[in-house]
Ligand binder design. Structure first.
Ligand code: PEP
Ligand code: MG
Length: 588
């Protein structure tokens, strides 16, 4: 087959810009993350030995569980584990795994994964119900095997030489952070949406990413050459030499642009064409973004997602000192402007193993954000102590996520006062005062913004969640990605009323969801009355330039009209044609 005939372009959603060129490593998300790692000829025997010792250790583990269950619940229940023991002695399964290791020269974990999937399909077709259910035992045994293997010098993606493009069916944010800091230069993911936390992390780390590429893990084999074009949302498998050359030069041009020194100055605010001031702040998720912050010209940090600190220390909770160190850095970096430090937004799809006692059927509507922290005060207090300590000599800005009730704000304030009193008793230095704000990201909060505004010192609108909850559209689900519409009139009306609620109470209102970074919404947001936006540091200079082209007085009338239009499409159309409809031009 010629190079051109093998080349394939796959379309997805470009969620993090840039071009990445590398070799594929395929990953499958199971209970334990499994990567496909190529093993050199001379390593095959060692791999077989790893597999056999993992089988023996797993059998011993199952035997221990069997005897414990027997003692506690009786022999009938314990007999379940006999089926697991039998599977680990089943030559069809065992031989198939060893054959795959030898034939495909792959790591045990991947061979176990593939062999289990193949055998499970055969079980699923069996008529006999008892035998069909043995498929579940197979899943269970493979999970235990993989866990055992993790303890036996398991393979890591960093063992793969060169630049890796990770091709995965799903990718959680904590894995994205870990891999993005290793040798992974691009992500291709089957699941996900633009505002998913994994996409946000990919942008934070500057890793080109295309998500929503249906079935890609089945089309790619390890080590396949791949190009990830995050700007266009395209993945090229087996690129021809000519296509590779085009992408290489596009990548070098982008690198040159990124190295150019920034001329932005943070000592002056951004101004619109008609002289309206716009405060541009930065969203920070990871400490490595602080250097970008300093070059961006942003005036303050509009959002620090503290849960990412937890993801970095996972499986342990951050200590008070871990919290304190990063908060102090953020507050100092932002000074004299504020650093809005958001308390944990764990739960939902973000990890919270240590804090959750039960699994939830619908975690996005469950114990997430402020609800989880108020329910686990012993963990929350550690964070609040660190926040008040880090703000000593300054005034920290503290904000809570997922607020939907006035009572939550009052409980939070009471907890903060208790923590402050505790620090005083201990004679620990702390901030004399603080500013308490909330995220407006639940429709209920948007609707009572006037009442909430009387209880807090500032609002930060989180459109990523506000859109998800208002339109009942999961921000991570590619099947409904086209229904995730920032321009839906319901969203515009909510934004307008939150801005009005904040203005009436005289408190600042910022917008820190991804909508703020999208260039095509800037004029509309200004027209709706927003004057403070927080975006990734990379987007700050872009918005500053664009703001200088907007006439706020003109766009205010158009924004008002948009709130009366019945659909997102019509709003988009109105914004696209906003110039020709302006009276001065209509008469020309
Ligand atoms: C939001 O919901 O818009 C937001 C900024 O918070 P997060 O993306 O962390 O949920
Ligand atoms: Mg949110």
């Amino acid at each position: 087959m010629t190079g051109r005939a093998r080349m394939k372009r796959l379309a997805g959603m470009g969620v993090s810009e840039g071009v990445a060129i590398g070799r594929a490593v395929v990953a499958a998300k199971r209970d334990v993350e499994v990567f496909r790692i190529p093993i050199p000829e001379e390593g095959i025997d060692r791999e077989i030995v790893r597999f056999r010792s993992a089988c023996e250790e797993t059998k011993r583990g199952i035997q221990r569980t069997r005897s414990n269950v027997g003692k506690l619940f009786g022999q009938e229940l314990a007999a379940i584990f006999d089926a697991h023991q039998l599977l680990l002695a089943d030559r069809t399964y065992i031989d198939d795994i060893e054959r795959r290791i030898q034939r495909d020269r792959i790591n045990v974990e991947w061979a176990v994964h593939e062999s289990t999937v193949a055998l499970a399909k055969r079980f699923a077709k069996i008529d006999d119900e008892y035998l069909r259910e043995r498929g579940q035992d197979l899943e269970d045994v493979s999970r235990q095997l993989l866990r055992t293997l993790q303890g036996i010098a398991h393979h890591e993606i960093s063992e793969v030489h060169g630049e890796v493009i990770l091709v995965a069916d799903d990718l959680v944010p904590s894995e994205a952070i870990r891999l993005g800091r290793a040798n992974v230069v691009g992500f291709v993911v089957e699941s996900g949406g633009r505002t998913s936390h994994t996409s946000i992390i990919a942008r934070s780390l500057g890793i080109p990413t295309v998500s929503g590429v249906v079935g890609v893990t089945g089309m790619v084999t390890d080590e396949d050459p791949i190009v990830v074009d995050g700007g266009r949302g395209v993945v090229v498998l087996h690129p021809t030499e000519q296509v590779l050359e085009e992408y290489r030069s596009e990548r070098s041009a982008a690198d040159r642009r990124a190295r150019r020194p920034s001329v932005e100055r943070s000592d002056r605010p951004a101004l619109t064409r008609d002289g309206v001031e716009l405060e541009l702040m930065a969203n920070i998720d990871l400490p490595e973004e602080l250097s970008q912050y300093e070059r961006s010209g942003a005036r303050g940090i509009g959002l620090y997602r503290s849960e990412f600190l937890y993801m970095e220390t996972d499986p342990h909770l951050p200590t008070e000192e871990d919290h304190h160190r990063i908060y102090r850095r953020l507050i100092d970096a932002a000074h004299p402007f504020p650093a809005n430090i958001r308390t944990y937004d764990l739960g939902g799809r973000k990890l919270a193993r240590e804090m959750m006692e039960t699994s939830e059927e619908n975690p996005v509507l469950g114990l997430r954000g402020i609800r989880l922290t108020l329910a686990r005060p012993q963990i929350f207090r550690v964070q609040l102590r660190a926040l008040l300590r880090a703000g000593a000599g300054r005034q920290p800005w503290i904000m809570a996520p997922l607020v939907s009730r006035v009572e939550e704000v009052r409980r939070l304030r009471a907890t903060l006062d208790e923590v402050a009193a505790e620090l005083d008793r201990e004679g620990v230095e702390r901030a004399a005062t603080y500013r308490l704000g909330i995220m407006i990201e639940v429709p209920a909060a948007a609707l009572i913004a006037d009442m909430l505004a009387r209880e807090v010192d500032f609002f930060a609108i989180g459109t990523n969640d506000l859109i998800q909850y208002a339109l009942a559209v999961d921000r991570n689900n590619r099947e409904v990605a086209d229904l995730y519409q920032p321009l839906h009139p319901a969203i515009l009306r909510m934004l307008r009323s939150v801005v009005e609620g904040g203005r009436a109470a005289g408190i600042p209102v910022s917008l820190c969801g991804e909508m703020a970074a999208d260039e095509k919404y800037l004029a509309l947001l200004l027209g709706l009355g927003l004057r403070r936006l927080s975006v990734h540091p990379r987007s700050v200079p872009v918005l500053r330039r664009l703001a200088a082209e907007v006439d706020v007085t003109k766009i205010e009338a158009i924004a008002g009209e948009c709130c009366e239009l019945p659909s997102a499409q019509e709003v988009e159309e109105r914004l696209r044609h906003r110039r020709p409809r302006q009276p001065a031009r209509e008469s020309q």
